[in-house]
Design a protein around this ligand. Sequence first.
Ligand code: ZN
Length: 323
Amino acid sequence: MSTINTATGKCRTDDLGITLMHEHLLIGWPGWESDTAAPAWDRREARRLCVDRMLELKALGVTALVDPCPIDLGRDVEFAAEVSQAAGVQVICATGLYKEESGAAPYYKFRGAFADTVAEMTETFVKEVTEGIGPTGIKAGVIKVATGPHQVTDYEKAVITAAARAHRATGAPITTHTDDGTMGREQLATLTGEGVDPSRVVIGHSCGSADLRYHVDLLDAGAFLGFDRFGLELLQPDRLRLASLIGLLGIGAERQIVLSHDTVWCWRGRPLPLPVETMAPKWDPRHVFQHIVPALRDAGVTQAKIDAMLIDNPRRYFAGAGR
Ligand SMILES: [Zn+2]
């Protein structure tokens, strides 16, 4: 029986029901600590907001949520554990590092002049999965990597290589961030080149591309595709995400797609200039259930295919049972 590290302990893979594979309770955009005139972080209010949202999702049948916040994006796993505990929804936290342009790259580039940073990153990721994150005792359940648009930098490749090695040492699956629907193929090639089974990888934000060739290449290579930014119309209209998804489901890709929104519930630093509801009105973690699933049904997608994406695939991804 396989188990998953969650913020509140271990859960059995078979106990996962509907699982959102990419949502964020909290993000701190790198540099947020520098904004010392920002109002103090109101942890209590943030927790209340997150618990309310979790309860709304629980009412829709959600049993678990992956919060793939990497180490360098304001991660707070104790906050995730508190919210999970209060709402009764599992939260799976991540180890790993974000893309070069907005992550911890300066630190590792400095060290890279003297040390083997791939080895150091690998050690960190393994420790966070097997022993826990800092003094919290909370263990990461997934490993996050990321690339910026249209290129994989040397730093990002180092992170991906370290993630692959940490995966091989621990069995924790890998989830990725991509920009503009690019570099998923390159991410996967580096991972599989290090011996990672592609069925343990979600290429995140694959719905940022509407190029079916890109999607089919990733399917053929054996990865899961994250259609995980529904509602984020600022980056890509839902119509394109949905058109791609319906097409892929039409060719039987339902066993390799997972659904989510990449919503961010709380932000460190100053509040956003406009409320999120104004900037991105559909960017709500209930959106898949309220609008996308009905649209899929209208297009003739069966409940079995919808269940595959929301329940079976997260289980298989964590269990590593292969296909
Ligand atoms: Zn994300």
